[in-house]
Design a protein around this ligand. Sequence first.
Ligand SMILES: *[C@@H]1O[C@H](CO)[C@@H](O)[C@H](O)[C@H]1NC(C)=O
Ligand SMILES: *[C@@H]1O[C@H](CO)[C@@H](O)[C@H](O)[C@H]1NC(C)=O
Ligand SMILES: *[C@@H]1O[C@H](CO)[C@@H](O)[C@H](O)[C@H]1NC(C)=O
Ligand SMILES: *[C@@H]1O[C@H](CO)[C@@H](O)[C@H](O)[C@H]1NC(C)=O
Ligand SMILES: *[C@@H]1O[C@H](CO)[C@@H](O)[C@H](O)[C@H]1NC(C)=O
Ligand SMILES: *[C@@H]1O[C@H](CO)[C@@H](O)[C@H](O)[C@H]1NC(C)=O
Ligand SMILES: *[C@@H]1O[C@H](CO)[C@@H](O)[C@H](O)[C@H]1NC(C)=O
Ligand SMILES: *[C@@H]1O[C@H](CO)[C@@H](O)[C@H](O)[C@H]1NC(C)=O
Ligand SMILES: *[C@@H]1O[C@H](CO)[C@@H](O)[C@H](O)[C@H]1NC(C)=O
Ligand SMILES: *[C@@H]1O[C@H](CO)[C@@H](O)[C@H](O)[C@H]1NC(C)=O
Ligand SMILES: *[C@@H]1O[C@H](CO)[C@@H](O)[C@H](O)[C@H]1NC(C)=O
Length: 535
Amino acid sequence: MRHSSPPPSLLFLYPLFIISISLSSFPTASPSSTHSKTSLNRGSSLSVEDEDNFLTSLDGSFSCGFYQVGSNAFSFSIWFNNSADKTVAWTANRDHPVNGLGSKITFRGDGSMVLTDVDGTVVWATNTSSTDASKAQLLNNGNLIITNSSGSVLWQSFDSPTDTILPSQPITKQSKLVSSIANGALSSGYYNLYFDSDNVLKLLYDGPEISSLYWPDPNSQVFQNGRTDYNSSRHAVLDNTGRFLSSDRLQFNASDTGPVIKRRLTVDYDGNLRLYSLNESDGSWNITWEALAQLCNVHGACGRNGVCVYDPVPRCSCPPHYGMSDEGNWNRGCKPLFNLSSYSPTKDRFIELPHTDFYGFDDGYTKNVSFESCKKICLNDSSCQGFGYRLLGAGQCYPKGAFFNGYSSPNFPGSLYLRIPRSVEASKFSSFEVSKLTCNAFEADNSTAGSSGMYVINRRKAIWVYFYGFISAFGVIEFLFIASGKRVLDWEMDMRMLVRLVKDKIGNEDESWVEDLVDMRLKGDLNMKQQRPWQ
Ligand SMILES: *[C@@H]1O[C@H](CO)[C@@H](O)[C@H](O)[C@H]1NC(C)=O
Ligand SMILES: *[C@@H]1O[C@H](CO)[C@@H](O)[C@H](O)[C@H]1NC(C)=O
Ligand SMILES: *[C@@H]1O[C@H](CO)[C@@H](O)[C@H](O)[C@H]1NC(C)=O
Ligand SMILES: *[C@@H]1O[C@H](CO)[C@@H](O)[C@H](O)[C@H]1NC(C)=O
Ligand SMILES: *[C@@H]1O[C@H](CO)[C@@H](O)[C@H](O)[C@H]1NC(C)=O
Ligand SMILES: *[C@@H]1O[C@H](CO)[C@@H](O)[C@H](O)[C@H]1NC(C)=O
Ligand SMILES: *[C@@H]1O[C@H](CO)[C@@H](O)[C@H](O)[C@H]1NC(C)=O
Ligand SMILES: *[C@@H]1O[C@H](CO)[C@@H](O)[C@H](O)[C@H]1NC(C)=O
Ligand SMILES: *[C@@H]1O[C@H](CO)[C@@H](O)[C@H](O)[C@H]1NC(C)=O
Ligand SMILES: *[C@@H]1O[C@H](CO)[C@@H](O)[C@H](O)[C@H]1NC(C)=O
Ligand SMILES: *[C@@H]1O[C@H](CO)[C@@H](O)[C@H](O)[C@H]1NC(C)=O
């Protein structure tokens, strides 16, 4: 709309801008100072295209800004500058990456800091609008803070952790750490660390099908686990020497306790909670504490009917007469290769899987029963897929209505009896099969991280739109020249030359420069940036 356009003198510059970028290869490596910013003032912004599109803490240990998560996808994150893989400690938009062009972090005039995508959509914002916020700054401890002119903190990244806490960053009633979905990815996964309603700090698998607590040991009472549920302050913190203290009496120390070392406590994509120390000499991380010594005690990883086995590293497997539901995705688990509705109360047999259990989903629990009685309880229930039986003094019987959180470990003091219809030719069970070829839940692939269909471009259409834009831009020039009463004789020649140039570029299939300029998600429609010159 013309009324909102800049004055004509500026409009005239736009086509020149386009010409210059179309002739050079974009993005241009703009010469920038090697000193990165340490703070952002109200009214200023960081652009994803800028070379120094990030802030750095005064001591240089943390950076904060645009972090590449896919071929054309970026997040607004805080990362360890000195770790070899630039490990991320916090992300504002983990599930909504923004475009590699036109995206911005702006400290708006109203006091809020916002992340906008190429089309201007606000993807994330702080709650500091209509405050007197004046400065955003990344502290040496990795906390991004927004302060007003008297130095009061109005917002801080420490209040909204993602999957990691840093020393001096508390876990509170309000905070919840959520793992990432795969190794190297930033988007949200299924494992949570939080203070439960009983005041105990817990790890929970919160997946699409089920939720299940797995730490501290769900088979033991609060006090047996060394915790208390009486302190309702719900506050835990890792200090600068590597000592962790929680209001539920959980406490542990890093194996390398002492100051100076950079540490992080992370809920990893595999569901374990680990404390890491940074080796500044080679940028690697060393594990200095972990919540679960046995990874198969993590719930959910192998999906419905799946079993976690040690091979000797943890892997997923299916019980006999069950097969993988979705080759390549253990989250979907296993499915029976027989018809569940063909269970019969008299004819079915059971296959013993020694030292194996599916945690939870018991149809009942009976103490002090014989093996034969337990079997009958299961047979008599058409939804019973099998039962767990333990001989700890008297027999304990756990008929199962569904199989989740399966694991097999030589230490487990019981067996799982799998119900198989008589019609199925039952094989004798020897051990779990582990397919080396099948992608494992514990080594989830990170190759798809951040790259999604939304960043695919319809090239032909985009070129056409861009070419149309060129013509329109010259229409604006023409208008201006006529309006200003000037006659430029060779204007038409210039235009013909440029049109030929554009045609050449298209003809040569050299389309990369177009891709750089077009917002791929708009499927060839104009984006804000492209519209401005000829609006
Ligand atoms: C990041 O760390 C390296 C090596 O420790 C250092 O040379 C560099 O200046 C740091 N970067 C920033 C932006 O501080
Ligand atoms: C923003 O939210 C945080 C955490 O919820 C709160 O501590 C802070 O006071 C809020 N800031 C403003 C300016 O509302
Ligand atoms: C800064 O914020 C604090 C807390 O919101 C407020 O008490 C103080 O007056 C503010 N300072 C200025 C200079 O506005
Ligand atoms: C509860 O935990 C807090 C630490 O988060 C501690 O300061 C406080 O003394 C504890 N209260 C009791 C009654 O133990
Ligand atoms: C951790 O270290 C502190 C002080 O060095 C010590 O008092 C405490 O008992 C240690 N905690 C554990 C769980 O080892
Ligand atoms: C840090 O890494 C270097 C080089 O890999 C190694 O020699 C050193 O032992 C490591 N330090 C620690 C504390 O692990
Ligand atoms: C990690 O730290 C521990 C304890 O300091 C040390 O024994 C171990 O060798 C370290 N591992 C690596 C890979 O540096
Ligand atoms: C399972 O059995 C039921 C009834 O016996 C039948 O209707 C159904 O089609 C069977 N399903 C499969 C997959 O064989
Ligand atoms: C278990 O059952 C037997 C007989 O059925 C009984 O004698 C015994 O006292 C029971 N034990 C417990 C712990 O209930
Ligand atoms: C089997 O189930 C029926 C009802 O569902 C019940 O009346 C009967 O007692 C059960 N039999 C056994 C052996 O548990
Ligand atoms: C996943 O990330 C890890 C570390 O970031 C890397 O070593 C590994 O090669 C990556 N795997 C794939 C399939 O990209």
